[in-house]
Design a protein around this ligand. Sequence first.
Ligand SMILES: [Zn+2]
Length: 684
Amino acid sequence: MKTLWDNAGADAAIAHGRARGVGDDLALRTYSARLLGADPRLVLHGGGNTSVKTTATDLFGEEIEVLCVKGSGWDLATIEPAGHPAVRLAPLLRLRGLPALADEAMVNAQRQNLMDSAAPNPSVETLLHAFIPEKFIDHTHAVALLALANQPDAETLIGQLYGGRVACVPYVMPGFDLARRAAEIYDAHPGVEGLVLIHHGVFSFGATARQSYERMIDLVTVAETWLESRRAAAPLANSARGSSCAPVADVLPVLRGVLRAGAVVGEPTRWVLDHRADADVMQLVSDARLADWAGRGVATPDHVIRTKRHPLVLPAPTGDLVDWRAEAARALEYYVADYNAYFERQNARAGGGKRKLDPLPRVVVAPRLGLVGVGRNAGEAAIAADIAQSWAVTLLAAEAAGRFAPLGEADTFDMEYWSLELAKLGKAAERRLERHVVVITGGGGAIGAATARAFAAEGAQVAVLDANADAAAASARAAGAGALAVTCDVTDPAAVDAAFAKVCERFGGVDIVVSNAGSATTGMMARLTDAEFRASFDVNFFAHQSVAQAAVRILKAQGTGGALLFNVSKQALNPGENFGAYGAAKAALLALMRQYALEHGADGVRVNALNPDRIRSGLLTPEMIASRAASRGMDGETYMAGNLLRREVTAEDVAQAFVFAALMRGTTGGVITVDGGNVAAMVR
Ligand SMILES: [Zn+2]
C-alpha cells in the first residue's frame, strides 16, 4: 500500500482552511482523513475515525484545548472540517478516573462538551482518541490488518511481525471500557506507533498528520506483505467445475421471491439486490469450505449491522430454477430459525429486553453465482455487498495465511444490538415505494421523465428505458442517484427482453412497469398507407405487448405480485379526427390491458391504464398546440386549459397518477382519466 500524501495537496488544504477560518491542524486532519477514506482497503461506509488535538478560542477569548474527532454520520472519504467537531478535552480526560460509565452517559458527556452545540455526535470511539496523548490519531478497519487480527494466535503473530512498533489490545466493545483499556496498554508501551485491536482494527498516531497517516500505511503494508508471502506459499485452490450458472437476470428475481417468502408478517416485503462476482468473490463461493466460512462471523464488529453475522448460503443456481427455488426456500427457513435461536440465546444471556431485528439475511452467497447484497433500496444493498466483498477478501487472506477466527457470537450480538450502533441505521420511516423497482418506457420524454422523478421521490429504484440514449440518461440523472438508464427500442422484442434483463441484473427484479412509450401518426384512415398504420401498431400496441410479456415473466418468477400500467391516451376512448392510426392502436391497447388484468389477477398483478389528454410532450408539440388553438379561434394557453377544471394538465399530473395507480391495492382493469375533465372522453 502506497502513501497518497502529497505536499501540494496538504498545502492546498491549509490554504482552503485559512480562507474559511479553519485552523491548520483541522485542515490537515481533514486532508489525511480523506486519504484514508479514499481507499476501501482501509475503511468502508462510515467505518474508521480520526482526530486531532488542538486549541480553540471560547467566547471569553480564552484558548482551550479541544479534541476534534470524527462526528457520526460523516464518511472519511468525503469529510469536511465540520465533520470533526471540537470537544473540550479536559472534561473528557477527567472521565478516565470514573470506575464505570454507561453508554448514554458517555454520549451525553461528549455532547455537553461540544464547542458547537449543533455539531453531530462525536464518534463512539471519542474517549479512546482523548485518552491517548498523541496529537493526530488515525483509526481504520484495514483489510490486511483484519486478516491478521482475526488469526487465532494474532497477538503472537503481531509481536513477531511488528516487534515493539505496536501493542495489542484484546477485544473489548467500543465505548468507555475499550478507551480505558487501550489507554492503559498505550501507557505500558512507551514509544509505540500504533495499537492493533484484536478482531477490530488498527490505530496509528503521530505528532503530525503526515506521520500518523504514513504510519498507518506502513503498518498495513507490513501486514499485506506478510499475507502475500503466505498466499504465494500456499495458494487457495479454485475448485469450480461442473455446469454453469443460470443467467443472473433469471436467478435474482427468483431469489427476491424466496426472500419475500421468508418474511414473517404483514405487507409484502420486497428487497433490492446488488450482485457481485469479482475474482475474490468467485474464489470464495467456489471453495468447498464456503458453508464453514460463512458460519465464522464478521471481519470487524460494526459490519454486523450491515451484513448480519452470517451470509445465507445457497446451492449453485444451475439448470432448472424450479428446484433451486425450493432448495433456496428451505435454506432460508433454516437461516431464519437459526437467527431466531441466536437471538433468544443471546438476548437471555444479555439480560433480555432487546427487540429482535428482522431475521432475514443481508448477504447471500452461492457457488457459480457469487455474492448478493440485500437492502431496502439500492444504496443499502450496495453497502451490504461492499462490506461482504471486503469480508471475502479478508477471509481469503486470513485462510491462506492461517485461519480466519473472528469475534464470537456473544460479542457480535452485543454489537448488533448496541443502541449506539442501531442509531447509525436511522429511524426515518420508509417511503411508500421503497423496496420497489419501476421500469418506465418512453422514459426520456416529458411524461416519462416526470414519472421517473415522481417514482424516485417515493423511494422506488427507477429504470428509464428510451430509444434515445441521451434522453434516457438525462431522465435518469434528473430522477436522482442510482436511477438506471437503458437504451431500448421497445418495438424490438429482443431489445425489450435485454433491457429487462439489465434491470434485473442491476436491482434484482421488477415490481412496477409504466408502459408509456408511444408515437402519434396523423392522417385520415382512408388515405393512410398500410405501412404507416402497421408502424403505429408496432409502437402503440405490439411494443406494449412485448413489455408486458417481459414484465410478467419476471413478476411470476418473483411471485410477489406487481403493477402493470399502460398509457392508453384519451384516443383509446374518444377518437380524434386524423388520429385513427394512433387511436385504433390505443383502443387495442386498452383491450390488451384488460386481458392482462383478467389473466394475471390471480398472480397478484394489478393492471391498469391511464388516459391522459392534452399534455405538452413530444406527441403534442408547441406547433400542434398553436395550430389547434388557431383552428378554434383561441390562444395556446386557453386551448391547453380547455377542460372542466380550467387548468392545463401537466406531465407531473400524469406522473402523480401513475404513482397512485401503482399504490392502489384494490384496483385492476381500471382506467384513470388525467385530462382535467372532458365529458366526451369520460369512461362509460
Ligand atoms: Zn473501529
